[in-house]
Design a protein around this ligand. Structure first.
Ligand code: BJW
Length: 235
């Protein structure tokens, strides 16, 4: 990366950045949506119809996450954030579609989790949001109000509004560089961020294993494993 004219950066990560940490992607061969039906697990309607199965799906993924470790791609982005802040170069916004906590464990200080966080749940009765590592069932009482039947994973399902969009669009409107890492560009609104960044005059870069759905919109594209591409690019 040539950092000379770059002040404000927005980085968008997807499941591909955590693939080499052992967490499955969604749409690759053998991915999560090949093994599981998203319509039965990742919509508010699915949760209402069968909360037991939805909790079981997220309990299993939480267990996988607790056994996983951040990789060199997560660490390279943390180092870049540190550099940007130490040298006061401009704004650095790391937005992830991932619900894992590997960016934070890799050293990133600020991460915007637009699709929520697997290690958090919230109560539909009282709104309480809390962190936990243990499994949840429909009978688990809320630690704040004590009522059962209201806890749900703090994740964004299809048809729900992603988190932090005001902050994201503001940063996209002022960025000089937009980098998308390990995302297939299938899911909106994240897939549309490249268009927003380009409209703001930013240089746009795709780093992924293979071209995604919106690849042709990027100014620069590099394909390979994130643990190789991201540290090389961030140098
Ligand atoms: C590697 C690698 C390695 C592998 N190294 N790379 C048009 C406009 C707006 C909305 C819609 C629209 N059309 C339809 C919609 C609705 C819908 C949507 O987008 N559907 C599409 C399927 C068409 N969107 C929504 O419902 C969203 N909400 C919404 O739109 O609200 C209204 C609104 C409107 C307008 C503006 C603002 C708001 C919500 C979407 C919620 C997505 N939820 C999930 C589940 C989260 C919880 C969980 O994890 O269970 O989020 S679905 C899943 O997909 C997850 C991911 O974050 C998301 C994106 O997946 P990602 O990260 O791209 O993974 P993959 O597997 O697709 O790709 C991995 C990539 O990595 C691949 O390209 C590989 O090549 C690469 N890779 N190994 C580097 N080692």
């Amino acid at each position: 990366m040539s950092a000379r004219q770059i002040r404000n950066i927005v980085i968008l990560t997807g499941a591909g950045i955590s693939a080499e940490s052992g967490l499955g992607t969604f749409r690759d061969r053998g991915g999560i949506w090949e093994k599981f039906d998203w319509q039965k697990l990742a919509t508010p309607e699915a949760f209402t119809a069968d909360p037991e199965s939805v909790h079981a799906f997220y309990n299993a993924r939480r267990e996988n996450l607790l056994a996983a470790q951040p990789n060199d791609a997560h660490r390279a982005l943390a180092a870049l954030e540190l550099l940007w802040q130490a040298e006061e170069r401009g704004q650095f916004l790391l937005v992830t579609q991932n619900i894992d906590d590997l960016h934070a464990r890799g050293g990133s200080n600020e991460v915007l989790h637009m699709h929520g966080e697997l290690l958090k749940s919230r109560c539909n009765h009282c709104g309480h949001l809390f962190e936990h590592e243990h499994a949840i069932t429909p009978n688990t009482p809320c630690p704040a109000c004590g009522r059962s039947g209201g806890l749900r994973p703090h994740v964004v399902w299809f048809g729900e509004m992603p988190l932090g969009l005001d902050t994201i669009y503001e940063a996209l409107g002022a960025c000089d560089l937009f980098v998308a890492i390990g995302t297939s560009g299938t899911v909106y609104p994240a897939a549309g961020f490249v268009t927003e960044a380009k409209a703001a005059g930013a240089w746009t870069v795709e780093l992924s294993l293979q071209p995604g759905e919106v690849s042709t919109l990027f100014d620069e594209r590099h394909y390979g494993p994130a643990t190789k591409l991201v540290p090389e690019w961030a140098e």
